[in-house]
Ligand binder design. Structure first.
Ligand code: HAS
Ligand code: CU
Length: 540
């Protein structure tokens, strides 16, 4: 039941997301070419770092935030069957975000903000970059508030009823985002902005990295949750079955919300500003947060198995062949789960304190996150776009075959590009370098992998262009749909009444408050009481 306001809001958000994505893929190809060192005429560290910073910001912040906002508006109206609360405010949020992106884009493209997407000090960007990034976050808070208000409105109108799963997950993501973004917001307001405006001579880099770590881990779950909504709410139905367990799905989202937040120090294992005990504590939490993903794998694969068996699949694995592989949603789910196996394995290696020393700051890390984010998550964003586009534009997709070609080529390209990165990382190649000549026999071993990475980059760019082309052509030239039925696709199977803790976030927000105070309180407060870099302060 999407009214035209929702359709427009969703489409406008999606076009910014996918426009940013398409552009970022061009930067990506340039980067693999430059980094390979095979084409001396394009070698330029200055251009490389401007490009990789723009690429990272476009992919990690623009694609994701706009996609999540657009999908959230769609999911809220479709699953709650109520219009958007305060559409004017929603458009204002969109405007603030877009303005922020433009403001940040100028210094990025001029090479005045080559600070990479993590913008760790002491490298400094032009102030407009930080102002733009802050506006993007502030605009997205408006979206989060609208989601939470819509949830409350629905609950008031339906006392005692169970919130539909897609909206439950969307609201979890809105809360997650408010908690998550607080870290980087504090870093921007109290450190980066005054420093870049010349109001402060220096800032504490250790504190900045700690505040960024607050944001850096849970933000990846902010990106991931829409992908899981696809897995739970669209895939079982698309496969011809139903969701194995609605309750397990809710539990997975709650566990992501609670465990995803207080564990950011696995990004700081090799940093000196936090002590070992805190890192160990965050490591335990990091292993705990793998549980909801394992639950998701179990529930979704069980749903697929039920569907495959209903379609006549026999034996231990016969159901896999019986699945409708030509359905874009099902194909995307299978490919995503396959990439999740290796991407998640890499995550567990990263999370292991001792093994992290082996891979930290090597090409392994971009291998990990391209596979799990650009692979698993973005593939499901594609599938959601293909699912929603006909409903948003009132037109049929122009070619089912090309959609499948696009999904397969993205999967193949991602495999070709990220496997060598994992190997290169183990061979000791640092991440975040442009083409560097080490003049060493040891680095000769890198060459074949660099060639593969270039080939992967090409395949990915072709696939990305095909994706944007398919959406554009469908919107402009697709054959009109005869009727638009409301619930098609989204699984809203009725659920029995659930206890409040599985249907509400009040308790969980309090639990998170306590966990955040426990895991970040002392590590942040110490900066105000200790002399950060005094060796005695660290007990050495
Ligand atoms: Fe990560 C670094 C740990 C998940 C993204 N991660 C990053 C960075 C990004 C990122 C962007 O502990 C780089 C940040 C930077 O620039 O510095 N990550 C983890 C762990 C997980 C994890 C433990 N990461 C993600 C997700 C991301 C993401 C999701 C994006 C969306 N990550 C780390 C650590 C670092 C890190 C360290 C710091 C590294 C360093 O030193 O800098 C877990 O959530 C992963 C759990 C997943 C699994 C996989 C289970 C598999 C399943 C699939 C089953 C399917 C089957 C096949 C069997 C345990 C459920 C079925 C087949 C059919 C045909 C049906
Ligand atoms: Cu993390």
């Amino acid at each position: 039941m999407n009214d035209t306001t929702t359709q427009k809001l969703t489409l406008f958000n999606f076009w910014v997301a996918f426009g940013a994505f398409g552009l970022a893929c061009f930067f990506g190809l340039y980067q693999v070419l430059e980094r390979s060192g095979m084409f001396s005429f394009i070698q330029s560290p200055a251009v490389y770092f401007a490009s990789v910073s723009t690429h990272g910001v476009l992919m990690a912040f623009v694609l994701t935030t706009f996609f999540i906002m657009g999908f959230g508006y769609y999911t809220a109206t479709d699953s709650l069957k109520q219009p958007i609360w305060n559409p004017k405010l929603a458009w204002a949020g969109y405007g603030v975000c877009l303005f922020g992106v433009v403001l940040a884009a100028v210094p990025l493209l001029l090479g005045k903000a080559s600070v990479l997407y993590t913008f760790y000090p002491p490298i400094q960007a032009n102030a407009f970059f930080y102002i733009g990034a802050t506006l993007l976050v502030v605009g997205s808070w408006i979206w989060a508030v609208i989601m939470i208000v819509m949830l409350q409105q629905w609950k008031q109108a339906h006392p005692g009823e169970t919130v539909p799963l897609p909206m439950f997950a969307t609201a979890a993501n809105a809360f997650l985002w408010l908690w998550t973004s607080a870290g980087v917001a504090m870093e921007a307001v109290f450190q980066l902005l005054p420093w870049s405006l010349g109001l402060m001579d220096t800032i504490d880099v250790g504190l900045a990295r700690t505040l960024f770590a607050w944001t850096l881990h849970p933000i990846v779950y902010f990106w991931l949750i829409p992908a899981y909504i696809a897995l739970y709410s669209y895939v079982p139905q698309a496969a011809g079955g139903k969701l194995f367990s609605d309750e397990l799905a809710r539990l997975a989202f709650l566990l992501i919300l609670v465990f995803g937040l207080p564990i950011g120090f696995h990004h700081l294992y090799m940093d000196p500003e936090q002590n070992h005990g805190w890192k160990l504590l965050h490591m335990v939490g990091t292993f705990a947060v793998a549980i909801p993903t394992l639950l998701t794998g179990f529930t979704v694969i069980a749903s697929l198995e039920m569907a495959g068996r209903q379609r006549g699949g026999q034996g231990l694995f016969g159901w896999i062949g019986a699945l409708p592989w030509k359905n874009p949603m099902v194909l995307a789910a299978i490919l995503s789960l396959l990439m999740l196996v290796l991407g998640g394995f890499g995550g567990i290696v990263n999370a292991s304190y001792a093994m992290n020393a082996m891979v930290h700051n090597t090409a392994w890390v971009p291998g990990h996150f391209h596979l799990i984010f650009a692979g698993t998550v973005v593939t499901l964003y594609f599938a959601l776009a293909y699912q929603l586009w006909p409903r948003l534009c009132g037109r049929k997709l122009i070619s089912e075959e090309l959609v499948l070609v696009q999904l397969w080529s993205w999967f193949i390209g991602m495999g070709i590009m990220t496997t060598p990165w994992h190997v290169l990382g183990l061979l000791g190649q640092p991440r975040r370098i442009s083409a560097v000549h080490y003049n060493s026999v040891l680095t000769l071993a890198w060459d074949p992998y660099e060639l593969l990475m270039v080939i992967g980059g090409f395949v990915l760019l072709v696939s990305a262009c095909l994706f944007v082309y398919l959406l554009y052509k469908t919107q402009t030239e697709g054959v009109g749909l005869e009727s638009q039925s409301g619930d098609e696709g989204m699984n809203l199977q009725p659920v029995r009444p659930l206890p409040a803790w599985l249907n509400d976030f009040g308790l969980w927000n309090r639990v998170i408050g306590v966990l955040m105070a426990l895991s970040y309180g002392v590590p942040i407060l110490q900066f105000f009481f200790l002399k950060t870099y005094s060796p005695t302060a660290w007990g050495y």
